[in-house]
Design a protein around this ligand. Structure first.
Ligand SMILES: Cc1cc2nc3c(=O)[nH]c(=O)nc-3n(C[C@H](O)[C@H](O)[C@H](O)COP(=O)(O)O)c2cc1C
Length: 177
């Protein structure tokens, strides 16, 4: 449902600044459960869709892209390598707002992925080495064993795994409602 009261009276040519305002407001108001969660839809080259939640870590108004991070070796990573076309939705229910994005992704420059990786909590950094994202796991014990092995291997300063990094999602079509 459009919520025109929250849109500027004169609608801007480019909705990215409104998107950034809404994104910032949701983060400042600590909208639950995650103000920066974005449903990201990918598709195989023959058009089979899949969607999942990722965290939208940055909104860059100009030139106009958003950033998320993941495992390049995950199901989504493989799908995006084969077909970079994606759609994303950020939804702030309590604010009656959504932002819809449709466009393409490219890998972040490695330095940007390194910088974000090193800002993450140590458990998340070890987890990036230990987790085989999207692959079936036989038990929690197996995961904990992998975590212990990777923690022993990397110590307190794990570097970014080559299979982990970010994407710039360039929406050619963006809608705020
Ligand atoms: C609130 C929330 C935030 C998430 N954020 C991320 C994220 O930023 N990156 C990521 O790779 N997975 C994230 N996940 C996990 C994904 O939803 C998904 O399960 C995982 O990436 C595997 O997806 P795939 O098999 O389609 O590749 C998040 C899940 C939830 C519930």
């Amino acid at each position: 449902m459009p919520h025109s009261a929250t849109l500027p009276t004169k609608l801007p040519q480019d909705p990215m600044p409104v998107f950034e305002d809404w994104y910032r407001a949701a983060r400042e108001q600590k909208v639950q459960p995650n103000p920066d969660s974005m449903v990201l839809a990918s598709a195989t080259p023959d058009g089979l869709p899949a969607a999942r939640v990722v965290l939208c870590k940055k909104v860059i108004v100009a030139p106009g892209y958003v950033v998320f991070f993941t495992n390049y070796d995950s199901r989504k990573g493989h799908e995006l390598a084969a077909n970079p076309r994606v759609a994303g939705v950020l939804h702030w229910d309590s604010m009656s707002r959504q932002v819809r994005l449709e466009g393409r992704v490219v890998h972040c420059p490695p330095e940007e992925s390194d910088a974000y990786f090193s800002s993450r909590a140590i458990d998340s950094r070890i987890g990036a080495w230990a987790s085989l994202q999207s692959q079936p796991l036989d038990s929690r014990a197996t995961l904990l064993k992998r975590v212990a092995i990777e923690a022993a291997r990397h110590g307190t300063a794990p570097t970014r795994p080559p299979h982990w990094g970010g994407y710039h999602f360039w929406p050619s079509r963006r809608t705020v409602v």
